[in-house]
Design a protein around this ligand. Structure first.
Ligand SMILES: [Zn+2]
Ligand SMILES: [Zn+2]
Length: 264
């Protein structure tokens, strides 16, 4: 299984960056995990967007789904997706329509977002939209996808992806406050990609994110083989974040970068 980081920014993009988006590929299976603002443009650098089999959304925050809008426009209006020849494209009877797996309530949320300019069914027409149940097990080619709810400001699922073809197990923590759920869900994973949003814990209100040290602690308690920090701004000191996480993890940690590839 090959995981390519398309974007790793938190709610606002790094300079020239993108928010959450990870391309997961294995032997012809192609899955896009989260599709935050900026991700569609980055996806186009690495993979033909008509070859994406499925998109999986961890939660309904803008930085995890907003680029479903340009992706849906491409699937709807791109010359190559039309039934008749346009420019150099020959026309197709089978335009791409990837499956879009999103949490309960996604259809209504998407309708509200694109309905703001009168285009309510844009996303559900472009994709085959499925609202997944928390206990769903999805098969995308040789990739098997599971979910586990984690505490955040809205209903949010960590996503586990394993290979049914002898590859490893990858856990994506999505966004979360400190919690035992993610530790249990990620237990023994070959790779845990975990958020490290905060320079220090939230000063007031409920917790919703992790510091790099907390991310490291989660990785240590889950006994994962490799730990990658993500959802971290280029306005935080990367060396500081990595050092904090490594002390808590008790081993080397890497910080996600656009274009980084991990193989599990
Ligand atoms: Zn986020
Ligand atoms: Zn979030």
């Amino acid at each position: 299984m090959k995981i390519t980081v398309l974007g790793k920014s938190p709610a606002w993009q790094d300079a020239d960056g993108a928010c959450s988006g990870y391309l997961v590929e294995e032997e012809g299976s192609c899955l896009l995990l989260d599709c935050g603002n900026g991700v569609f443009s980055k996806l186009r650098r690495f993979r033909d967007y008509t070859e994406v089999d499925a998109v999986v959304i961890s939660h309904l925050h803008a930085d995890h789904f907003l680029d479903l809008v340009p992706f849906a426009y491409a699937l709807t209006y791109a010359p190559r997706q039309q039934p008749v020849p346009v420019d150099r494209w020959p026309g197709t009877d089978t335009p791409a329509r990837p499956t879009l797996y999103a949490p309960a309530g996604a259809a209504a949320t998407f309708r509200r977002v694109v309905g703001a300019w009168g285009n309510e069914d844009l996303i559900e027409n472009a994709f085959d939209l499925v609202e997944y149940a928390p206990d769903a097990v999805l098969d995308v080619g040789t990739l098997q996808v599971r979910f586990h709810e984690v505490p955040h400001f809205t209903t949010t699922y960590a996503v586990g992806i394993s290979s049914t073809n002898g590859g490893g197990r990858f856990t994506y923590g999505a966004d979360s406050a400190p919690n035992e759920e993610l530790v249990r869900f990620a237990d023994g994973a070959d790779l845990l990609m975990i958020e490290a949003t905060l320079p220090r814990p939230e000063r007031e209100g409920p917790r919703g994110h992790l510091t790099p040290a907390e991310a490291g602690e989660h990785g240590s308690r889950a006994k994962v083989a490799r730990l990658v920090l993500t959802h971290i701004s280029d306005e935080l000191d990367e060396l500081w974040a990595r050092t904090e996480a490594e002390e808590a993890f008790g081993g080397p940690v890497t910080v996600a970068h656009e274009g980084a590839v991990y193989t599990v």
